[in-house]
Design a protein around this ligand. Structure first.
Ligand code: AMP
Length: 397
């Protein structure tokens, strides 16, 4: 079966066409600047050169039509017709408390997703537009929604409730939801597989360290805690997001700088994290280069980032009363060799021992701890698109 995986943003649409039998990516691409001028589709058929198609995309329906045209094109296409696309898997950011797993999309599901818009106003409406556009163009193709929040729905109340008046939970569903769930699910399962064990027998901590980052505790296959909260702003220090801070800072800075709450929110999301701290960049490679050049602030920023990850690992080892494996994934987790080694320096008390030779790896599945290490450390590349394709197949077969 060929599964089209769609990740739709407010002005962008990422896609991959995956053959679920071989799990090969047949083609992937990105539509940018949808609804703005200078829209462009970049389409990459596997093993062939990228094609750039610059053409107006006034809305997402036009973008989806162009994606289908690119996939079925006589020159750079990878299938003969729409009929060769068996199902579509859509990434949906927020499923609230309504969805604890992926679902086949119907009108009732669409309504339920819409009811979660309040919780992810920047993402869910865009995800819905993507779904509706695909349904318009492929009315007979089954579609599945895969939620970023679903894997974390197994968290117990003690982990998801905040120390706030309970009525905010009752009235507005203010609680911890967690994000990157598809990645935490995929990576924890893969880590168990690499160790030759079943996930149901292990306590695993997954560190998804990318531009956005989150850590989760997966106890015998179930998520019991995660660092992101009501929104993806909470938790570890990120590329441009602050992660957890004293909430009183917001009012303090609003008064000092004359900011509105919305402006403060934007600072916390877009100008904070390692970008704001280092004054260099949100990209860890730039910050590392600056630190190596003697930039003190860049060095402190990296130290603070590794420290924030190590503290969550400590918290989750305590939450699960132990840990068998710690997996590093996403851009930084998969590629930053020095960073993994720095984080591992905090974990000696758990009986972990990183192996410098094994840790010398980027973007590959590998155990990076010594044979004597009491806790296995792993590098596990995430693959959210493949996870979405697998879940889609499981539901439409
Ligand atoms: P992601 O959001 O998962 O795509 O991760 C993006 C981040 O990964 C970028 O901001 C980079 O800082 C980081 N990254 C990618 N490659 C490397 C690398 N070789 N070393 C350090 N960081 C990297």
């Amino acid at each position: 079966m060929n599964i089209l995986v769609i990740n739709c943003g407010s002005s962008s649409l990422k896609y991959q066409l995956i053959d679920s039998g071989t799990e090969e990516v047949l083609a992937k691409g990105l539509c940018e600047r949808i609804g703005i001028d200078k829209s462009v589709l970049t389409h990459t058929p596997a093993g062939r050169d990228k094609v750039k198609i610059e053409t107006p995309m006034p809305n997402h329906t036009v973008a989806v039509r162009l994606v289908i045209d690119a996939l079925t094109d006589a020159g750079h296409g990878v299938v003969k017709s729409l009929g060769e696309i068996s199902a579509v898997g859509h990434r949906v950011v927020h499923g609230g408390e309504k969805f604890a797993s992926s679902v086949v999309i119907d009108d009732a599901v669409l309504k339920a997703i819409e009811e979660c818009n309040d919780l992810a106003p920047l993402h869910n409406p865009a995800n819905l537009i993507g779904i509706n556009s695909c349904r318009e163009i492929m009315p007979n193709v089954p579609m599945v929604a895969v939620f970023d929040t679903a894997f974390h729905q197994t968290m117990p109340e003690k982990a998801y409730l905040y120390g706030l008046p309970y009525e905010y939970y009752e009235k507005y569903k203010v609680r911890r939801y967690g994000f990157h769930g598809t990645s935490h699910d995929y990576v924890s399962a893969r880590a168990a597989e690499i160790l030759g064990k079943t996930r149901d027998a292990l306590k695993i901590i997954v560190c998804h360290l990318g531009n956005g980052g989150s850590v989760s505790a997966v106890d015998h296959g179930k998520c019991v805690d995660t660092s992101m909260g009501l929104t993806p702003l909470e938790g570890i220090i990120m590329g441009t997001r602050s992660g957890s801070i004293d909430p009183a800072i917001c009012d303090f800075i609003c008064q000092k700088e004359g900011l509105t709450p919305a402006e403060m929110n934007s600072v916390l999301n877009k100008k904070s994290g390692v970008l704001g701290m280092s004054k260099v960049s949100s990209d860890f490679r730039d910050i590392e280069a600056a630190a190596d050049d003697g930039n003190r602030l860049a060095r402190v920023t990296l130290d603070a980032f590794y420290y924030s990850v190590a503290k969550y690992i400590g918290a989750y080892a305590a939450a699960m009363n132990g840990v068998d494996a710690i997996a590093f994934t996403a851009g930084v987790g998969e590629n930053n060799i020095a960073g993994r080694a720095e984080i591992a320096k905090y974990l000696g008390y758990l009986g972990t021992e990183i192996d410098a030779e094994r840790n010398n790896v980027r973007g590959e599945d590998r155990v990076i701890s010594t044979d004597a290490s009491r806790v296995a450390l792993l590098c596990v590349p995430t693959n959210e698109e493949l996870a979405i394709a697998r879940q889609t197949v499981a539901l439409v077969k």
